[in-house]
Write a protein that binds this ligand. Sequence first.
Ligand SMILES: [Zn+2]
Ligand SMILES: [Zn+2]
Length: 105
Amino acid sequence: MSPKRMPTPVEIGSVTDKTLTLVWSDGHRSTYSWPSLRIHCPCARCKDGVGQIPPTIRAMSMGRVGAYALRFVWSDGHDTGIYPFPLLRFELCECGEHGREREIS
Ligand SMILES: [Zn+2]
Ligand SMILES: [Zn+2]
């Protein structure tokens, strides 16, 4: 693990919500749309492209993996994606702040 203190989610929304919300230990609030999370699945099978993702896709369940990641079970049956917190926080966060940073760069 990096010595830099990585914020961790202190509140995790529900899979029944329209979008996923995470509240981090430093107070930051992140939102994610389900299709976008699925498309960015970091597992070996999805790294080279996930193909057609139905816009209605959502997570059926999710849980923590140790102290560093979240894992989702998707409505298309995919369940091998493990999403490390830095990926969720710095690359996939769709809040105004981080979404804008990505548009500029
Ligand atoms: Zn995957
Ligand atoms: Zn953000």
